[in-house]
Ligand binder design. Structure first.
Ligand code: KIV
Ligand code: ZN
Length: 506
């Protein structure tokens, strides 16, 4: 039997650090249900001291997860962070505190401004402090990928002696080469006393496009936990993508002496869910979950695949849930069928909310005839965006064409509940609408990105618009809107981004 590798998902923590990918508690709970269906071992639910919202998310996720996975909360090497994490994890059946400190010369000298001795002292103190609240304490040696080998051994030895159960070796800046990173893990295995009794974890960033290779090099050299995210979401260029690293282990388990217990058939669904909630689109050529991951276009390849699939395909698409048969709902589908399908997609609602969603579903089914999973996700996410909105769309009317000047008449309901109507014009209909929105909301920002995608196939498909705006303080906000009319989707997406910006400001 090969070694079991624990999969530690950090979509809800490091993934959320992607600019513009913030999620509310409800959205995090939906993703948590999907992570449970995927059978991940550890869920990093958040960084409780960072905001009341994060605290609440960790608390609610702890209640939801029960014994099905370890729930982990991040802290700095600071007592008040650790107390806050312990409090947020109060209801977790299998709680873990993830605490740590920078260990590279750059972090010690330029960020923390402490000596190596002080670093070791603080590392030990944070583990001891966390141990007073939970048995399971994971220590991270931030920027370990650029640290001195012997200093890293010293810190890890000290925290192992202090009772850490997991030691996380992050390549925080995504700087390492896989072979070198593997050597670093081996050096710890060979030089830290008692390391065989703790789990070595790897947490790799993708700045050089090698996060998956780095994690695998870690596993080949003794790591038994991989930290990763769905779609490789995460700070800057992101983290190791779960779907990539798990499939690589599945394909090369014997060579790596490793296996995971993740349900890979959920990958495509999970990818779509996270993309739809965060507004972070998945590139078509993304491995495993991209739209083209199993598309063969050249004649030679098509000929090969038709003769025998594995001539050009190393993974059976069904193993990652790609191209699986779609459940299609129609206007004739009843309440129970909708509820059942939504539950399979990870959504659970109170009866009254479900009635409202059923109404919206019937409206959509009337227009569209066939309602796919993607349509349902879009519809539900649209409603949760609207529920939190300070400003919501009442009506939009456009006049455009050649040689007309595009104009928009917009009515928006504001925080005081009064409808506000304005008109504006622009270079095109979307420009006209966005100028009208700016008149109402008056919130300074730069529109960095605007994209439109159809949610499913066919001319009657919903059009989903994603926008990214930059606030005056440099923070980035993503907004999404979906509708059969792309001017409506565009308006909703812009309002969604500005609503997020304004609620953060408040
Ligand atoms: O990249 C990193 O070092 C981290 C730690 C907090 C684990 O995210
Ligand atoms: Zn990270």
């Amino acid at each position: 039997m090969t070694r079991k590798i624990d999969i530690f998902d950090t979509t809800l923590r490091d993934g959320e650090q992607s600019p513009g990918a913030s999620m509310n508690t409800e959205e995090k709970l939906v993703i948590t249900r999907e992570l449970l269906r995927m059978n991940v071992d550890v869920i990093e639910a958040g960084f409780p001291i960072s905001s009341p919202g994060d605290f609440e998310s960790v608390r609610k996720i702890s209640q939801l997860v029960g014994y099905d996975a370890v729930v982990c909360a991040l802290t700095r090497a600071i007592e008040k962070d650790i107390l806050c994490a312990a409090d947020a994890l109060k209801f977790a059946k299998r709680p873990r505190i993830h605490t740590g400190i920078g260990v590279s010369e750059s972090h010690l000298r330029d960020k923390l401004r402490i000596t190596p001795d002080e670093c070791v002292k603080r590392a030990v103190e944070c583990v001891q402090c966390a141990k007073r609240y939970v048995d399971d304490v994971q220590f991270y040696a931030e920027d370990a990928g650029r640290s001195d080998y012997d200093f890293l051994v010293r810190v890890i030895q000290a925290v192992v002696d202090a009772g850490a159960t997991v030691v996380n070796i992050p390549d925080t800046t995504g700087y390492s080469l896989p072979e070198e990173f593997g050597r670093r893990i081996k050096y710890l295995v060979d030089n830290v006393r008692g390391i065989e009794d703790v789990t070595i974890a790897v947490h790799c960033h993708n700045d050089l496009g090698m996060a998956t290779a780095l994690a695998l090099a870690g596993v080949a050299n003794g790591a038994r936990q991989i930290e990763c995210t769905i779609n490789g979401l995460g700070e800057r260029a992101g983290n190791t993508a779960m779907e990539e690293v798990v499939m690589a282990i599945k394909m090369h388990g014997e060579e790596l002496d490793a296996h995971t217990e993740v349900n890979t058939r959920e990958f495509v669904k999970a990818s779509r869910l996270v993309s739809s909630i965060t507004g972070m689109n998945v590139q078509a050529n993304k491995s495993i979950v991209g739209a083209n991951a199993f598309a063969h276009s050249s004649g030679i390849h098509q000929d090969g695949v038709l003769k025998k699939r594995d001539t050009y395909e190393i993974i059976d698409p069904a193993d990652v849930g790609a191209g699986s048969s779609q459940i299609v709902l129609t206007a004739r589908s009843g309440h129970a069928a909708l509820k059942h399908r939504l539950e399979e997609l990870g959504y659970e609602f109170e009866p009254q909310k479900l009635d409202e969603i059923y109404e919206a579903f019937l409206n959509l089914a009337d227009k569209k005839k066939e309602v796919y999973d993607e349509d349902l996700e879009s519809l539900v996410n649209e409603r949760s965006r609207e529920a939190d909105a300070l400003y919501s769309l009442e009506s939009i009317q456009i006049s455009c064409g050649f040689p007309l000047k595009p104009t928009a008449t917009l009515t928006v309901r504001g925080p005081e509940g009064d409808p506000i109507t304005v008109c504006d014009w622009g270079t095109g209909p979307v420009d006209a609408v966005y100028k009208a929105v700016d008149q109402v909301i008056g919130c300074q920002n730069d529109l960095l990105e605007y994209s439109v995608q159809s949610v499913t196939r066919g001319i009657d498909a919903l059009g989903e618009v994603t926008v990214r705006v930059k606030a005056a303080n440099g923070d980035i906000y993503t907004g999404r809107g979906a509708d059969g009319d792309i001017i409506v989707s565009s308006t909703k997406a812009y309002l969604n981004a500005l609503n997020r910006l304004l609620s953060d400001k408040r």
